[in-house]
Design a protein around this ligand. Structure first.
Ligand code: SF4
Ligand code: SF4
Length: 290
């Protein structure tokens, strides 16, 4: 419940430029210079900030800069502090998929070999976010943001759709590219009803980066080995089928915390943890508990 409130508040606050929705325009003020931590399309009429993945592609595809310490630094800062807690708690597109998953219907659990589909995210990051904007450039030296342009369903749902609804006459001749993106978005929307967060688990390049940082982030899940009886109830409760008791730093774990209350021995905790010199490099001091 607390998580849903935090997710909803974040989604509303980061998309609170109401004029944009009413007039079909995009906010261009100073706040747009700042990246938000989650995936939230720059072109959403209500968006106050920029999407980190969109900004990353814009810099890589720029004729002047191929690397931005600012954008990369912000992503590393967000990830280094919170890891995939961002996915579970403050990403608007994560919330949208979770709400769609509440639509009644047969639920399919992604487990076993199906989890290998998560490798598609590497193609998204290394080909669409980095490779194509870097190497496929126009005569002026600019590369296009391929992930935003050809794939991102968040862009279609959060930006294109509200803009079309607000000013339908301006979008009379939508071409093949829009049909491609609308089809991808439709597949993600329908898949979200049956599968928990299909975009996060199979397509999201930002979730992939934050997932790497789950191992080193200050926010951590911890399982007390002395208390854990390896009953597996946490895995059953986890909609992502994660065995947190075997791997508390799993890169797939979005730190939603839904496994914690089901543990019969209260072995699972989570929070911001500081390494303390006195206790050695491997120990943590927890300042936020269960
Ligand atoms: S539910 Fe608790 S006791 Fe059971 S496997 Fe998970 S962490 Fe261990
Ligand atoms: S392991 Fe726990 S915190 Fe991680 S995604 Fe699964 S239920 Fe959420």
């Amino acid at each position: 419940m607390v998580r849903k409130i935090v997710q909803s508040l974040t989604a509303v606050v980061s998309n609170s430029y109401i004029t944009g929705f009413l007039k079909g325009t995009i906010y261009q003020g100073k706040l747009k210079n700042v990246c938000v931590p989650g995936l939230n399309c720059y072109s959403c009429p209500g968006a106050l900030g920029s999407c980190p993945i969109g900004s990353l592609q814009a810099v890589i595809g720029s004729a002047k800069y191929r690397f931005s310490f600012y954008v990369t630094g912000l992503i590393l800062l967000f990830g280094g502090f919170l890891g995939r807690w961002i996915c579970g708690w403050i990403c608007p597109f994560g919330l949208l998929q979770e709400l769609l998953h509440k639509v009644p219907g047969k639920k399919i659990r992604i487990s076993g070999n199906w989890k290998k589909l998560s490798w598609i995210r590497y193609i998204m990051l290394f080909v669409f976010v980095i490779g194509l904007p870097l190497f496929v450039v126009n005569i002026a030296g600019y590369g296009s943001p391929a992930f935003c342009k050809y794939v991102c369903p968040a862009g279609t749902i959060e930006a294109a759709l509200p803009l079309i609804l607000a000013a339908p006459d301006q979008f009379g001749s939508l071409g093949g590219l829009f049909i491609l993106k609308a089809s991808i978005a439709a597949v993600v929307v329908i898949a979200s009803i049956f599968i928990y967060r299909p975009f996060c688990t199979m397509l999201c390049p930002l979730g992939l980066i934050y997932g790497w940082m789950n191992k080193i982030s200050m926010y951590q899940m911890q399982v007390d080995k002395d208390k854990c009886i390896e009953c597996g109830k946490c895995r059953v409760a986890c909609k992502l089928d994660i065995e947190i008791y075997k791997n508390p730093t799993s890169m797939e774990c979005i730190r939603c915390g839904e496994c914690k209350p089901v543990c019969p021995t209260n072995a699972i905790s989570s929070g911001i943890k500081f390494r303390t010199k006195a206790e050695g490099a491997a120990s943590f001091t927890e300042i936020e508990g269960k």
